[in-house]
Write a protein of this length. Structure first.
Length: 326
């Protein structure tokens, strides 16, 4: 069947200085990055490709990269994640891309976002980018907020901004990763205020009349469990249903677990998965991270929907007695 989701970091170059992410401190090695044609390696089975970084819009050939992804994976939804710090460049690039989704990172509705991202004026630039893309006609557009130890209450404010603009809202929480974010347990939210904020958004989404919002509610409840330190409610199939591809072609089961599967130059995804199963499968089964991110949760929700559907049914029929994974 093949994997259905992936995160592709097209570059580690970054113009932000986020306190909860070390990518901007990495050796970007831009001269070694995969070229556009290398992305023909991506499996045609993919339904979702998260184009990430670093800051993907710092690549001068991003339009060509996305075009190849679209050819290789014609049924995939391509989502480009950006910090929104270069409004003109992002607008001009997206205008040449065609049909893509864009998520602009906004972690607080005001100056606190500048502090989180380490860049003065980051919030204003992110909102300017979002408005430009909205005017451009990007249909699948949204704000993406990260819950940290320092911004309880801001997810609700960012969600309100997104609702006012008539665009999507998504959320995540700080994670640590030896191959991606770096070690950031001190920035990971732990407070009751952070849990209650996420849980309250979940409850509001469950009150919606739209089934799509119910799936988002399930995800948000799982995020509240992650912040609370509870176990993951879905069995992880990283390296099977999902994978992470770094800028130089190295493939990992996910962007958290630093167990290499191989390089795109070594063979197809199926060949890499088969050849690395002896190390990757035990590592995934024994992983203690209990991560909960949209990119890694969506594939098992898509492939094995019974648990999410059972939770949703319980919420609708019994109220808040149902809990993710319980």
């Amino acid at each position: 069947m093949g994997p259905v989701g992936c995160v592709v970091a097209v570059t580690y170059s970054c113009n932000a200085r986020c306190g909860m992410c070390d990518i901007w401190q990495k050796d970007a090695r831009t001269h070694d990055e995969l070229g556009p044609s290398d992305y023909r390696w991506l499996p045609a089975s993919l339904r979702s490709i998260n184009v990430s970084g670093g800051e993907p819009f710092l690549r001068g050939d991003l339009v060509e990269v996305v075009a190849v992804m679209r050819e290789a994976c014609p049924r995939a939804r391509i989502v480009v994640s950006t910090n929104g710090l270069t409004p003109s460049r992002i607008e001009e690039t997206v205008a040449r891309m065609g049909d893509v989704a864009v998520r602009v990172s906004v972690d607080a509705a005001g100056p606190l976002h500048d502090e989180v991202r380490g860049i003065e004026g980051a919030y204003d630039r992110a909102i300017e980018t979002t408005k430009r893309l909205q005017k451009l006609g990007v249909a699948d557009l949204g704000l993406a907020a990260t819950s940290t130890e320092t911004n309880p209450g801001e997810l609700r404010r960012v969600r309100a901004v997104a609702e006012e603009m008539g665009i999507e809202f998504s959320a995540s929480a700080v994670h640590s990763s030896p191959i991606f974010f770096g070690g950031h347990e001190t920035e990971r939210p732990h407070s009751e205020a952070a849990v209650e904020e996420i849980d309250s958004i979940s409850r509001e989404l469950m009150a919606s009349r739209h089934p799509r919002d119910w799936a988002k509610a399930y995800y948000m409840r799982g995020l509240a469990d992650y912040v609370s330190g509870k176990s993951r409610g879905l069995f992880c199939r990283a390296g099977i249903d999902f994978f992470y591809l770094d800028p130089w072609g190295d493939v990992y089961p996910c962007n958290i677990l630093g167990v290499p599967m191989g390089n795109v130059r070594d063979g197809s995804f199926e060949e890499l998965a088969r050849g690395s199963a002896g190390t990757v499968t035990p590592a995934v089964c024994g992983c203690k991270t209990q991560c909960w991110m949209i990119c890694t949760v969506s594939p098992p929700m898509r492939r094995r929907p019974l648990k999410p559907l059972a939770w949703i049914a319980g919420e609708k029929l019994l109220g808040r007695n149902a809990r993710v994974g319980r």
